[in-house]
Design a protein around this ligand. Structure first.
Ligand SMILES: Cc1ncc(COP(=O)(O)O)c(C=O)c1O
Length: 341
C-alpha cells in the first residue's frame, strides 16, 4: 500500500520537473513543524547538514568550543570541527547512554559556545541542568524523529531522515527545528550559500537544500510515523518482558522514547553477536570507538571517559524495527536466552 503511494509521489515529482526544494519541501516543513510543535522547520540535505546549519546560525567558528557526548555518530562532533570549532567530549550517563549533564557542565570554559546533547537511540536526553547554564543548546535528534519530547532544552533541534532512521528518505535528507524566528532565518540563509536575493551573498554558507523527491517520499511515510513509533515501543516492551531473566542489562522506557534502537549491555558481547549472526539475527554495535578516541581528534587517551568507553565494549543493538513479527521477537529472545544457558 505504501509502495503504491510512494510510486505515485515519485511519478508526480518526476513529471512535474521541479527537483530541488519547491512545494513538497515547503509542505513537509509545515507538517513536521506541527508534528513536533515547533513554529519553524527548515528542510536541509542531511542530518549532518542540519547540525552544520544550526552551528552556523549560532555563529560558531574557530576558537569556539562545543561540548558534546563521546557516544554518538561521528557527525555530532564532526560538524563542529568542520566549522573550525573544537569539540569537547563529556562522558555519558550509563543508565541512559545520553550525555551526563554533570560531566558536560564540568567542561564549560569561557570559550564554550554551544552544547549538543544527543537523544541517543530515540531516548530524549535530560537537559534541565544544561539549560540553566544559559549556553545555547542544539539537540541532535537524528535518532528521535517523531518524539514528543524535542525542543525542551534546545534553541535548535536537528533531525536526520537517513534511510534507516525512524522516518527514512530514499537517500539523504534532514531538518532543523526551532522556535526562534531569527535563528530560523539564519538557517535558511546558510542553506543557500548565504544568498538573498539570488546572487547576493551575505554569509558563506553552502548548498544544504533538500531534493523534492525526498520531501515527496517523506510526506507519504510521515503519515505512518506515529504508528511505526508505536510499534517500536511495543516491540521494546515485548523484549523487556521476554529478556528479563537473561544476564542482559535492558534499556528502560522513558517519556517520548521512540526506540530508534534497542540497545542492551551484554556480557560476552562479541560472542553473543556472532552466535546471533549464525542464527541470521542482525545486530549492530553503536558505537565501537567513542568519539574522544577517534584518530581525527588527538589529545584524549583511554580512561578519560570511562562510561563511554565501557559502553563501547558491551553495547549491542537488537532489531526493533516496526516490521518485526511477534514470532521474530520471540526468536530473538529465545536465541539470546539459549546463548546464556
Ligand atoms: C546522532 C546522529 N547525529 C547525526 C547524524 C547524521 O545524520 P545524516 O546521516 O543524515 O547526515 C546521525 C545519523 O546518521 C546520527 O545518528
Amino acid at each position: 500500500m505504501i509502495g503504491t503511494e510512494i510510486e505515485a509521489a515519485v511519478r508526480r515529482v518526476l513529471e512535474g520537473g521541479h527537483y530541488i526544494m519547491g512545494e513538497d519541501v515547503a509542505a513537509l516543513e509545515t507538517e513536521l513543524a506541527a508534528d513536533h510543535k515547533h513554529p519553524h522547520a527548515i528542510a536541509v540535505s542531511s542530518g549532518t547538514d542540519a547540525l552544520l546549519a544550526a552551528l552556523w546560525a549560532l555563529g560558531i567558528g574557530p576558537g569556539d568550543e562545543v561540548i558534546t557526548t563521546a557516544m554518538s555518530f561521528f557527525a555530532t562532533a564532526g560538524a563542529a570541527a568542520r566549522l573550525g570549532a573544537t569539540p569537547v567530549f563529556a562522558d555519558i550517563d550509563p543508565s541512559t547512554f545520553n550525555l551526563d549533564q554533570g560531566s558536560a557542565i564540568s567542561r564549560i570554559t569561557p570559550r564554550t559556545k554551544a552544547i549538543i546533547p544527543v537523544h541517543l537511540f530515540g531516548r530524549v536526553a535530560d537537559m534541565d541542568r544544561l539549560r540553566e547554564t544559559g549556553i545555547p543548546i542544539i539537540e541532535d535528534a537524528a535518532q528521535a524523529v517523531g518524539s514528543s519530547g524535542l525542543g525542551t532544552g534546545g534553541k535548535l533541534v536537528t533531525l536526520s531522515f537517513f534511510p534507516s532512521k525512524n522516518l527514512g528518505a530514499a537517500g539523504d535528507a534532514g531538518m532543523v527545528l526551532t522556535s526562534d524566528p531569527e535563528l530560523a532565518d539564519r538557517v535558511r540563509l546558510y542553506r543557500t550559500h548565504g544568498s538573498r536575493p539570488k546572487y547576493v551573498h551575505h554569509v558563506v554558507g553552502a548548498n544544504l537544500r533538500m531534493d523534492t523527491l525526498q520531501a515527496a517520499i517523506l510526506r507519504v511515510k510521515r503519515r505512518h510515523l506515529a504508528t511505526w513509533n508505536e510499534q517500536r515501543r511495543s516491540n521494546a516492551a515485548t523484549y523487556r518482558e521476554l529478556l528479563a531473566a537473561t544476564p542482559l542489562m535492558l534499556p528502560a522506557d522513558a517519556a517520548g522514547h521512540v526506540w530508534h534502537h534497542f540497545v542492551v549491555r551484554a556480557p560476552k558481547r562479541d560472542e553473543l553477536r556472532a552466535y546471533l549472526r549464525e542464527r541470521e539475527i542482525e545486530t549492530e554495535v553503536y558505537y565501537p570507538l567513542p568519539l574522544h578516541l577517534q584518530p581525527c581528534f588527538p589529545g584524549a587517551k583511554e580512561g578519560d571517559l570511562p562510561e563511554a568507553e565501557r559502553a563501547s565494549r558491551d553495547v549491542l543493538a537488537l532489531p526493533v524495527h516496526p516490521d518485526l513479527t511477534p514470532a521474530q521477537l520471540q526468536y530473538v529472545a529465545e536465541s539470546v536466552t539459549s546463548f546464556y544457558r
